[in-house]
Design a protein around this ligand. Structure first.
Ligand SMILES: [Zn+2]
Ligand SMILES: [Zn+2]
Length: 102
């Protein structure tokens, strides 16, 4: 794969938080999600709300050799943060999530 090809991947539109995605109902994600929310004191790290908490990925990993994204639970804890639904939606409007090729 050329460098140019790798650059294209970072423009790929993809959201791990799609509620219709089966992977977010996977028990491995539910356990990881609970750990992160507990670590962050069960509140949004931006506005401190305790309503409708979600766990956000600050980076996505793409396994070049497997040609697929990492599973939502397959991330180190420092990549994951707790956000309320509102801050989460706002964040995704403002920022593009970087994709790291592994
Ligand atoms: Zn918030
Ligand atoms: Zn997110």
């Amino acid at each position: 794969m050329t460098d140019f090809g790798k650059l294209n991947i970072t423009k790929h539109k993809y959201c791990l938080h799609n509620p219709y995605s089966d992977s977010l109902r996977d028990v491995r994600w539910l356990i990881k999600r609970k750990e992160i929310i507990e670590r962050d004191g069960e509140k949004c790290v931006i506005c401190k709300s305790t309503e409708k908490l979600q766990v956000h990925h600050r980076q996505y990993y793409f396994y070049s050799r497997l040609n697929q994204y990492a599973k939502p639970w397959d991330y180190p804890e420092d990549v994951l943060i707790t956000l309320c639904e509102r801050c989460h939606k706002e964040g995704h409007k403002l920022y593009t999530i970087p994709v790291i090729n592994i």
